[in-house]
Design a protein around this ligand. Structure first.
Ligand code: ATP
Ligand code: MG
Length: 562
């Protein structure tokens, strides 16, 4: 799959307009953006949107985008997440080059800047507990109250801050707070906490620190250190922006970055919250962060979604200032758009029913030539062995066909794709009366799938040879939405809305022998069934396939209806 990133902006939006104006009017030289994940979980499709936006803008306007880990809370952060995030950004097709940074690289600088604020009388060491701080903060309608420690001498705060850093105090016993305005209508200004004590080892700094900066104190200053021009984040951060600017104005930072907010991506039938996804993993509700039902980038990759489809989806949903929910079908639409062009065709039979061709010589096999990809004739043909005993899809046969069922039935002729026409002459049933085998005859004049005199059966079926070794047995995992409703959790309980039928495992399917060489995540089309790819659990002799998507395209129908 191509990892090329579209070079030209597909469309403009309010953020691209701002960047273009800043460049045009000389307010910035080079545009610098950043993608700032906290390494406390795996990235999801919402992050993909932010990645496409930040890396996309940087490349379209000739700047660069930093990958910066927001690693300020060691109790929740792990190296596994740092590694997975880098792998996912790369897989999506983006490259930060040498611009890989960690907020923890700036711990010394941030500490020095905290001291600058204390010296200027703009920060103090507080001794209220977390509960008391919350209590003193007030509400939207009521002003907060000053902490009794607020006016302690600067010297005392400086000394206590140094002792906090030296590890003299237990967790939670003291904090460093900015001294701004406890009556501000913006709660962010009510003496926000800048540092907390946390005796926790950090994935990168180890035991060097036992005080850690809060997000608000780390983020803008990290942007300033890196020369970020446009710090793009989701809408919930708009109330943080005045505080972001306050730090920049009150500290001797080398650059002045600006924060811009856009609406976060929400997708129907999906929850995009690392905290919730972590619960699913921890509670064993899924096969891991990369379970093919998860909305994580690694899950979508394992499921067989191509990076290009995800990028095109991100571009198509665009950048808005108001929250809205995007239909899951829109993601499927962009994935199918890529797969339909790229995916080579294979035969797979999910629920096999044996078909025996009585007038076909015993022991004979023929290699039938089947197009590799009808969308791309240049891709040529593949050979699929045909024989007297075949597997067809159980649901392609009805003993008493319903009115609009045109597939195989007793006495009826159908085409086996790129092979022959067959006519059902009888059925074999087991003791319970279930059809276990079909008897047929074939017309040798229809080899390749066409009749010389122009006979046209109403149905064309896929098939596989049932001769030993001709096709391979496989487990196939079919997926449905992880949730039963488009708005999971609307009634207050996300877990109650989990779809118990989100994964169906078919243990005894058959796939074309050439499927053995597919790599995990390499998506093919099983003709008439959908897109499938080998799962990471797949082993030679024990193949496992994921259904990436069905062929049914509900989104295109919705669009057509307008
Ligand atoms: P979550 O809410 O899933 O825990 P987060 O916002 O805490 O995610 P971060 O690691 O802080 O995760 O996010 C990194 C970047 O990705 C941030 O700039 C954030 O705004 C952006 N981002 C997170 N979720 C979405 C989303 N649903 N749509 C668009 N951008 C998002
Ligand atoms: Mg966050």
């Amino acid at each position: 799959m191509s990892t090329e990133v579209p070079a030209a902006p597909e469309r403009s939006d309010f953020i691209r307009d701002i960047v273009a104006a800043d460049l045009r009017e000389g307010r910035i030289g080079e545009v610098v953006t950043r993608f700032p994940p906290e390494p406390n979980g795996y990235l999801h499709i919402g992050h993909a949107k932010s990645i496409c936006l930040n890396f996309g803008i940087a490349s379209e306007f000739g700047g660069h985008c930093n990958l910066r880990f927001d690693d300020t809370n060691p109790t929740k952060e792990e190296q596994e997440y740092i590694d997975s995030i880098q792998a996912d950004v790369h897989w999506l097709g983006f490259d930060w080059g040498k611009n890989l940074f960690f907020a923890s690289d700036y711990f010394h600088q941030l500490y020095d800047w905290a001291v600058v604020l204390i010296e200027a009388g703009k920060a103090f060491i507080d001794e209220l507990s977390a509960d008391e701080i919350r209590d003193y903060r007030g509400t939207i309608t009521e002003p907060g109250r000053n902490s009794p420690w607020r006016d302690r001498p600067i010297e005392e705060s400086l000394e206590l801050f140094a002792r906090m850093k030296a590890g003299e105090f237990p967790d939670g016993s003291k904090t460093l707070r900015a001294k701004i305005d406890m009556a501000s209508p913006n709660l962010m200004f009510r003496d926000p906490v800048l540092y907390r004590i946390m005796h926790a080892a950090h994935p990168r700094t180890g035991d060097e620190w036992c005080i850690y900066p809060m997000y608000d104190f780390a983020h803008g200053q990290s942007d300033a250190i890196e020369g970020v021009t446009h710090s793009i984040c989701t809408l919930e951060f708009d109330v943080h922006r005045p505080l972001y600017d306050w730090f920049i104005e009150n500290l001797p930072v080398p650059h002045v970055p600006h924060q811009y907010e856009f609406a976060r991506l929400s997708v129907s039938y999906t929850v995009l919250s690392k905290r919730f996804l972590l619960r699913l993993v921890q509670d064993g509700r899924v096969r891991g962060w990369d379970d093919p039902r998860m909305p994580t980038i690694s899950g979508l990759r394992r499921r067989g979604f191509p990076a290009e489809g995800i990028r095109n989806f991100a571009t198509a949903v665009g950048v808005a200032k108001a929250d809205n929910v995007v239909e899951y079908g829109q993601l499927e639409y962009w994935v199918r758009d890529v797969l339909n062009r790229r995916a080579v065709r294979k035969f797979g039979v999910l629920r096999p029913l044996k078909l025996v061709i009585e007038n076909y010589p015993e022991g004979k096999t023929e290699d039938m030539e089947v197009p590799v990809n009808p969308e791309e004739p240049a891709a040529g043909v593949r050979r699929v062995p045909f024989g007297r005993e075949l597997w067809i899809e159980r649901e392609d046969f009805m003993e008493e066909p319903a009115p609009k069922f045109f597939r195989l039935a007793p006495g009826r002729e159908v085409r086996l794709r790129s092979a022959y026409f067959v006519t059902c002459t009888g059925v074999v049933k087991d003791a319970a009366g279930e059809v276990v085998e079909l008897r047929c005859t074939y017309d040798p004049a229809t080899r390749g799938g066409d009749s010389p005199e122009g006979r046209r059966p109403k149905a064309t079926l896929h098939w596989l040879s049932a001769a030993p070794g001709a096709a391979l047995p496989a487990e196939v995992r079919l997926y449905d939405h992880l949730f039963t409703r488009p708005d999971p959790g609307a009634d207050g309980d996300l877990f109650a809305d989990l779809n118990p039928a989100s994964e169906e495992v078919i243990a005894d399917a058959w796939v074309e022998a050439s499927c053995a060489t597919l790599r995990a995540g390499e998506t093919v089309q099983f003709e008439r069934l959908g897109y499938f790819c080998p799962d990471v659990d797949s082993r030679p002799g024990q193949l496992v396939f994921n259904r990436t998507l069905t062929l049914k395209d509900t989104w295109a129908k919705v669009q057509a209806k307008g």
